[in-house]
Design a protein around this ligand. Structure first.
Ligand SMILES: [Zn+2]
Ligand SMILES: [Zn+2]
Ligand SMILES: [Zn+2]
Length: 155
């Protein structure tokens, strides 16, 4: 991560970075996509398409189907705006839409919180190990499940 200007975005700056990234890829930042991203980024833990559809419905005062949210989330994942947390069947906004990393998520089984870290040295080791097993993993997401510091009774 030392070779580039690695930036983590939050709030308005995250929305702006996401919009920039998506439009850069020739996709439109429609009101619906903006609303889905805003809802996704507002969650402090991985959110399902249903959670997001509910938030967007509330914000827009009309029913938004989870199916249309799914399609937008797929687009976000492909465009590096979001990552899918398989084990939780949920999504998180990618805090670094402008750069590609194999994100690592530390997922708390007790409260559902996901801590996001990037360690390219570690993840390239995982890629190499996969490769030497004849396995191609173009964009692995590594998930570590356990208990977060807040939930661990003795710290
Ligand atoms: Zn980076
Ligand atoms: Zn990351
Ligand atoms: Zn926890």
């Amino acid at each position: 991560m030392a070779q580039h200007d690695h930036q983590l975005h939050k709030g308005e700056s995250l929305k702006e970075a996401a919009r920039e990234r998506l439009t850069h890829q020739g996709e439109q930042w429609t009101d619906m996509r903006a609303a889905v991203f805003e809802a996704l980024a507002g969650f402090d833990k991985p959110a399902s398409a249903y959670d997001i559809a509910e938030e967007v419905s509330k914000a827009q005062g009309r029913r938004v189907a989870a199916n249309s949210v799914y399609r937008i989330l797929d687009l976000f994942v492909a465009a590096n705006l979001a990552r899918r947390v398989e084990s939780a069947n949920a999504y998180v906004a990618n805090e670094h839409p402008a750069c590609l990393h194999d994100c690592i998520f530390l997922i708390c089984d007790s409260c559902g919180q996901a801590v996001h870290i990037d360690d390219d040295r570690l993840t390239s080791g995982v890629r190499d190990a996969a490769k030497s097993a004849g396995f191609s993993a173009p964009r692995p997401v590594i998930q570590v499940r356990g208990t977060c510091g807040d939930c661990e009774p003795n710290g």
